[in-house]
Design a binder for this molecule. Structure first.
Ligand SMILES: Cc1cc2nc3c(=O)[nH]c(=O)nc-3n(C[C@H](O)[C@H](O)[C@H](O)COP(=O)(O)O)c2cc1C
Length: 150
């Protein structure tokens, strides 16, 4: 499969998870293109069918700054992403209570508003009880791939 991967990370945790997930997907024979900056033009979401979002949360439930431009353009333009199937690995911290995993939840909201189809269970990781999010993401990956194939 050709997989586009949006990686939103403020201080490197989600970036590390994204790097390892990319390596694992490539080891399984998939082609992965990472989007970690720029807007809609750079993301090329019209030209792909499978998307994986790996995103942490910053501010008060916000998407990380490196993907804020892309997120804002999606909200403003609401392009038709009906051709797109996506999975999500989200990261946050329960100490932020009401805004727990707000960044990933914003991705889910906007992707659904654009007509993209969620595939598999989104993985929402709480830093307080998931000290190794990379291992959790790698363990989750087979279920997402199975859902895509099933
Ligand atoms: C300034 C700041 C604000 C944060 N705000 C939230 C938040 O609103 N909700 C949440 O669930 N986690 C929040 N977090 C926790 C991060 O999402 C979490 O630590 C994550 O692992 C960071 O990953 P990153 O290094 O890829 O950005 C915040 C962390 C920082 C440093």
């Amino acid at each position: 499969m050709q997989i586009r991967m949006i990686v939103g990370s403020e201080m490197g945790n989600a970036e590390m998870v994204g790097d390892l997930v990319k390596d694992e997907l490539e080891a399984l024979g998939h082609e992965v293109e990472v989007v970690s900056e720029g807007g809609l033009d750079e993301a090329g979401l019209d030209a792909c069918e499978t998307l994986l979002v790996v995103s942490s949360t910053t501010g008060l439930g916000d998407v990380p700054q490196n993907v804020e431009g892309l997120y804002d353009e999606l909200v403003a333009a609401k392009p038709d992403l009906g051709h797109l199937r996506y999975g999500l690995v989200g990261m946050g911290d329960r100490n932020y209570k009401d805004t727990f995993c707000g960044g990933p939840k914003k991705w889910i909201e906007i992707l659904e508003a654009c007509g993209a189809k969620p595939v598999g269970e989104a993985l929402l990781l709480d830093a307080t009880d998931h000290p190794a999010p990379d291992e959790d993401a790698i363990a989750w990956l087979p279920s997402w791939l199975a859902a895509l194939e099933g």
